[in-house]
Design a protein around this ligand. Structure first.
Ligand code: GN1
Ligand code: MG
Length: 368
C-alpha cells in the first residue's frame, strides 16, 4: 500500500505497525500511521493532497511552515498564563529533513503530529460544544492577528470568492452534461432557482473588500466543527486542525464557515431536510466563545458585515456543491450519486433559515 511506503519515509522512531484510513475529509486522503518501539508508540497523520483540488500543494506546506512556526512560538511563550494548554499539530519532517515527499505520480504527501486524547465531531453535540468551537476559532484568530497575511501564499486561488463559484456554476450549466443533470431532478432545478433569487447578494463581501472596508488577514479557511478538536479529559476546545486552506482571506470567511457548521445541529449530511435549522442557542454560545478571545481585533466595519457572512457562506458552500454536482462530481468526494446535490440542498435550507431569523441573529450580534 502506497500510504505505508510513504509513512516510512518520515522521521519517526520505531516500526510501522498499522496504516488505516482516518477522518472524513471531502478532499484529501488521510491515514493514521502507528509506529511502535519496545517501550512506546507514536501515531501520526499522513495525507495525500489532491492535486486536482490544490493546484499548488507546495504552497500549502510553505504556509503551514510559516503558520506553525509563528503559532508554536507564541503558544509556548504564552503557555504559563494561558487558561488551558492550546495545541496545534506540527509538521513531521522526512528522514532527509524535508517538509513533504512527492510520490511517483507527482502527488504531495505530508505527515503531521496527531493531537492525542482529543476528538473532532462532525456535528455539534450541545451548546457547550458550540461555545468551545467559538473559543477555538477566536483563539486562532487572536494567535494569527500579528502574522501578516502577505507572509502567506495562495494555496487555493479564488477560495471563498463567492462570485467565482457562481461563475463556475454558470459554466457547468452551459454544458450539455450540466443541462442534463439540471433537468434530471426537480431538486436540482429548485436549487438552481434558489441561487438565482440570491445572485445579487453573492458579492457582499467582495464588494466591501473592494471598497476598502474589509481587509485581508491570515485565515484558516475551513473552520467547520469537524476540524475543531475537543480535549477528552476536560471537554474544552484544544485546537483547530486541517491547515490546508490557511491563506490570506477575510475573517468573515472563517466566521461564516464556522457558524454554518456549528449552528446546524443536523449536520452537513442531514438525513431530513426538515431538521436543518440555524439554531440560535448554539449561535449565542458560539459567538460568546468567539468574542472571549477575538473581541479586540474586530473593527466596526468587520461587525457591520457579520450577518452578511453568516448568510453568505452557507449559500456559497451550497453553490459549490451544486456546481460540482452539475459538473459531474469532480471536486468533492461523494459517497453516492446525487450526494453533492443533497449537500447543496442542506446548505440552502440553512441559508433560508438564516434569512428567516435575521432580526434575532442581528440582536445576538449586538446590533440595535
Ligand atoms: C472541504 O476536505 P474538507 O472536508 O476539509 C472543503 C471546504 C468545505 C468542506 C465542507 C479545500 O473540506 O471548503 O467547507 O469540504 N475544502 C476545500 O465539508 O475545498
Ligand atoms: Mg479542509
Amino acid at each position: 500500500m502506497r500510504a505505508a511506503l510513504i509513512a516510512r519515509q518520515f522521521d519517526v522512531q520505531g516500526r510501522l505497525v498499522a496504516v488505516e484510513p482516518h477522518g472524513s475529509g471531502n478532499v484529501n486522503d488521510t491515514y493514521l500511521a502507528i509506529f511502535r518501539t519496545t517501550f512506546s508508540e507514536q501515531r501520526i497523520i499522513v495525507q495525500r493532497v489532491r492535486k486536482s483540488v490544490f493546484p499548488h500543494p507546495e504552497v500549502i506546506m510553505q504556509n503551514m511552515r510559516v503558520l506553525t512556526d509563528h503559532c508554536h512560538a507564541k503558544l509556548e511563550a504564552e503557555a504559563e498564563g494561558a487558561d488551558r494548554i492550546w495545541q496545534l499539530p506540527k509538521i513531521i519532517q522526512t528522514k532527509n529533513g524535508e517538509d513533504w515527499v512527492t510520490d511517483p505520480d507527482g502527488d504531495l504527501w505530508r505527515a503531521i503530529s496527531q493531537i492525542a486524547s482529543a476528538h473532532a465531531y462532525e456535528k455539534v453535540r450541545h451548546p457547550e460544544h458550540a461555545h468551545e468551537a467559538g473559543c477555538v476559532l477566536g483563539h486562532f484568530h487572536r494567535m494569527v492577528s500579528n502574522l501578516p497575511a502577505d507572509r502567506l501564499g495562495y494555496a487555493l486561488p479564488g477560495f471563498h470568492v463567492t462570485p467565482g463559484y457562481l461563475a463556475k456554476m454558470d459554466a457547468a450549466l452551459a454544458t450539455a452534461g450540466g443541462q442534463e443533470r439540471l433537468h434530471a431532478s426537480v431538486e436540482a432545478k429548485r436549487a438552481a432557482r434558489f441561487v438565482e433569487a440570491r445572485r445579487a447578494r453573492c458579492a457582499v463581501l467582495e464588494d466591501a473588500r473592494a471598497r476598502g472596508e474589509l481587509s485581508l488577514r491570515t485565515t484558516h479557511g475551513d473552520p467547520k466543527v469537524g476540524n475543531i478538536m475537543i480535549d477528552e479529559a476536560t471537554g474544552r476546545g484544544t485546537c483547530i486542525v486541517d491547515l490546508d486552506t490557511v491563506q490570506p482571506g477575510l475573517v468573515h470567511h472563517d466566521i461564516g464557515d464556522a457558524t454554518r457548521s456549528v449552528c446546524n445541529p443536523a449536520g452537513e449530511d442531514a438525513p431530513e431536510l426538515g431538521s436543518v435549522v440555524f439554531d440560535l442557542d448554539l449561535f449565542t454560545m458560539f459567538y460568546r466563545g468567539y468574542q472571549a478571545y477575538a473581541r479586540d481585533f474586530l473593527t466596526a466595519a468587520d461587525h457591520r458585515h457579520l450577518f452578511g457572512c453568516i448568510h453568505l457562506i452557507p449559500l456559497e458552500l451550497g453553490i459549490r456543491f451544486l456546481a460540482d454536482h452539475l459538473a459531474g462530481d469532480a471536486y468533492f468526494k461523494v459517497r453516492y450519486p446525487g450526494h453533492n446535490l443533497r449537500r447543496a440542498l442542506v446548505q440552502f435550507k440553512l441559508a433560508e433559515s438564516i434569512e428567516a431569523r435575521e432580526p434575532a441573529i442581528r440582536k445576538i450580534l449586538g446590533e440595535t
